[in-house]
Design a binder for this molecule. Structure first.
Ligand code: SAH
Ligand code: SF4
Ligand code: F3S
Length: 439
């Protein structure tokens, strides 16, 4: 049999991106080859996200587009994998009868067998969650970049009342430290300079005696690795031990994404976030004291059931006071199956949009102001490749800012260079390769 060609399209968070690499690596090990276009694929997989209704709608739309390829060639297998597969299970077929395969996040190990069992007009699905599955032994495909994601834990036990993740990703479990560190060393040997540890509550990591702080310290010792990042930490697991490890490990970058969701204690309580604003704010102070050049980013959710104007104003005021470098801001989307779902969606859409737009406008201004302060300074940039738009190069600063820059000499991906910043926007720093070091 000739080799089957696999095309995979990924939606959702970084964990899904990492899972798509895992799926590719696993299927390549079984003789599949990857293709970048659905046109010439034998197997089309869509790795999906269920976190908001909008994310799901995009996928339903995309699936009906992809079904066209099956009309031309019924032998093509169209599969839905990931969080929506887990969320909708066999109901996927009610909305998208042309789908052949439905596979949840804990069943990827069985994908080769499931694909074998899918014949023309015979469907397969596997949405069993598995408390022990970490895929520690499966090698993800490597995409040739100088940065890489490494999943260190899976699942979530927090059960924030708005969130579907614990239902579609199952219980929290950590990858053995030796497997994580082994994976990082392998990546470094292939040219990776920066790893990002992933998990929905990444700092809840614990395997045997090894805590998240231990893991950071051990990764910091890996020769040839230049930078370590992680996302997303949960405030309740952000211990002093973790903050100390961040401050002391020179490879752990000074950037932290610390989701707040709301600055109203009443709302935080109904969200089941397990911290008060005062506790969160104490963490912010501890972090900024321990790591003075820290860039802090967050997630905010507005329009949660019962969010009063004063609750929203508290969030607005806290964003204004705290001056995050950036924020991902969302309006509440009810998710069937979550605890908050039964509270309905009482805040009118126009009001949710008004609140969302107000904080976006505020945050854009603050982000632009913070980035403008970098103008005139020199930052260290890990070169990732050529700039997407216009001439020049692209990379990230230690604070995880996008940096585009021009260079008089050839630079290469993976190089650490110094860039003198001449201009900025809310989302990007712009400059030119600095003299100095390389002269
Ligand atoms: N594990 C991370 C968040 C993962 S989901 C954490 O706890 O911080 C990413 C973000 O999506 C969340 O931080 C939240 O702001 C948003 N989100 C989750 N469920 C949502 C929903 N039902 N409606 C709108 N936004 C949601
Ligand atoms: Fe969802 Fe809360 Fe878990 Fe984050 S911590 S994934 S918001 S349940
Ligand atoms: Fe979405 Fe699943 Fe990630 S629901 S946010 S892709 S864990």
């Amino acid at each position: 049999m000739s080799q089957r060609k696999l095309y995979i399209e990924t939606y959702g968070c970084q964990m899904n991106v990492a899972d798509s690499h895992l799926i590719c690596g696993h299927l390549e090990g079984q003789g599949y080859v990857r293709t970048d276009t659905p046109e010439d694929a034998d197997v089309i997989l869509v790795n999906t996200c269920a976190v908001r209704e909008h994310a799901e709608q995009r996928v339903w739309g995309r699936l009906s587009d992809l079904a066209r390829y099956k009309q031309r060639n019924p032998e093509i297998v169209l599969g839905v994998v990931g969080c929506m597969a887990q969320h909708w299970r066999d109901k996927v077929w009610e909305r998208a009868p042309y789908v052949d395969l439905v596979v949840g996040p804990d069943a990827y190990r069985r994908l080769p067998d499931l694909l074998q069992s899918v014949h023309h007009s015979q469907r397969a699905h596997d949405v069993r969650l598995d408390r022990g599955e970490t895929y520690a032994d499966l090698a993800p495909a490597y995409d040739g970049k100088v940065t890489a994601f490494v999943s260190i834990m899976r699942g979530c036990d927090q059960f924030c009342t708005f969130c579907i993740v614990p239902y579609v990703r199952g219980r929290e479990r950590s990858v053995p430290a030796e497997a994580v560190l082994g994976r990082v060393r392998e990546l470094v040997a292939r040219g990776v300079k920066e790893v990002t540890f992933l998990g929905q509550t990444v700092n809840a990591y614990r395997h045997g005696e090894t805590t998240f702080a231990d893991l950071l310290r051990q990764a910091n010792e890996i020769r040839g690795l230049e930078r370590i990042r992680f996302t997303s930490p949960h405030p309740v697991y952000l211990t002093e031990e973790v903050i100390a490890a961040m401050a002391e490990c020179e490879k752990v970058m000074p950037a932290l994404h610390l989701p707040l969701q709301s600055a109203s204690d009443a709302v935080l309580k109904r969200m089941n976030r397990q911290y008060t604003l005062a506790e969160y704010d104490r963490l912010v102070h501890q972090l900024r004291t321990a790591i003075p050049d820290l860039a802090l980013t967050t997630d905010i959710l507005v329009g949660f059931p019962g969010e009063r104007e004063e609750d929203f104003q508290a969030t607005y005021a806290y964003l204004e006071k705290t001056r995050y470098d950036a924020a991902f801001m969302f309006k509440y989307s009810p998710r069937p199956g979550t605890r908050a779902y039964k509270w309905g969606d009482p805040i009118p859409e126009e009001e949710k949009i008004r609140r969302l737009e107000a904080i976006i406008e505020l945050q854009e201004r603050v982000s632009a102001e913070i980035n403008a302060q970098a103008v005139g300074s020199t930052v260290e940039v890990l070169v990732e490749g050529q700039a997407k738009r216009g001439p020049g190069w692209y990379g990230r600063s230690p604070q995880f800012k996008n940096v585009v820059f021009t260079a008089q000499r050839a630079v290469r991906p993976g190089e650490l260079v110094r860039v003198k910043i001449a201009d900025s926007t809310a989302h990007t720093l712009k400059g030119a390769l600095a003299g100095g070091k390389e002269q």
